[in-house]
Ligand binder design. Structure first.
Ligand code: CUA
Length: 157
């Protein structure tokens, strides 16, 4: 059987591509050069929260001229601190984790929406333009009193 020259070229070209893909996948899966999304998420041991520099004392902390960090611990069936008092028109970064099971961290009417997962720290940075009181609710089922798990965010003018 005689194979046309162009056909040979295409076959060789395809082989090179296929081998190339295999090499890419192999190297990727052993961790050379590919960063999986979420790999760099901070982790924390839920049973060591009390000894943690930040979550041992859930709080609002000023970290810059117009910047604040809020360390929030969710647990059945409360959020700490409560209320969370922050100033309007400042950059607020929430760091949220859970002491026990998966909880939600959701402020209706805003895009503040995260999961509070034991062992992980969810982070989101927001700025409140308007002062006032904002409800904070748990929107992940977490047990018998899930529907009562709520907190308060007070935004000072
Ligand atoms: Cu906590 Cu639902």
């Amino acid at each position: 059987m005689r194979i046309h020259t162009y056909e040979k070229l295409w076959i060789v070209g395809s082989m090179v591509l296929i081998v190339g893909f295999i090499v890419t996948i192999t190297y990727g899966s052993v961790g050379l050069g590919i960063t999986m999304i979420g790999n760099e998420e901070e982790t924390i041991a839920p049973n060591e929260l009390n000894d943690d520099e930040q979550f041992g004392e859930p709080r609002v902390e000023q970290i810059g001229e117009d910047e604040y960090a809020v360390y929030v611990v969710a647990q059945t069936f409360i959020f700490q601190p409560d209320p969370i008092e922050i100033p309007a028109n400042n950059e607020i970064t929430f760091h949220v984790t859970s002491r026990d099971v998966v909880h939600g961290f959701y402020v209706p009417g805003t895009n503040l929406n995260a999961m509070a997962i034991p062992g992980q720290i969810s982070e989101m940075t927001v700025e409140f333009d308007d002062s006032g009181e904002y409800g904070l609710i748990c929107h992940e089922y977490c047990g018998v009193s899930h529907h009562e798990m709520e907190g308060l965010i007070v935004v000072q003018p």
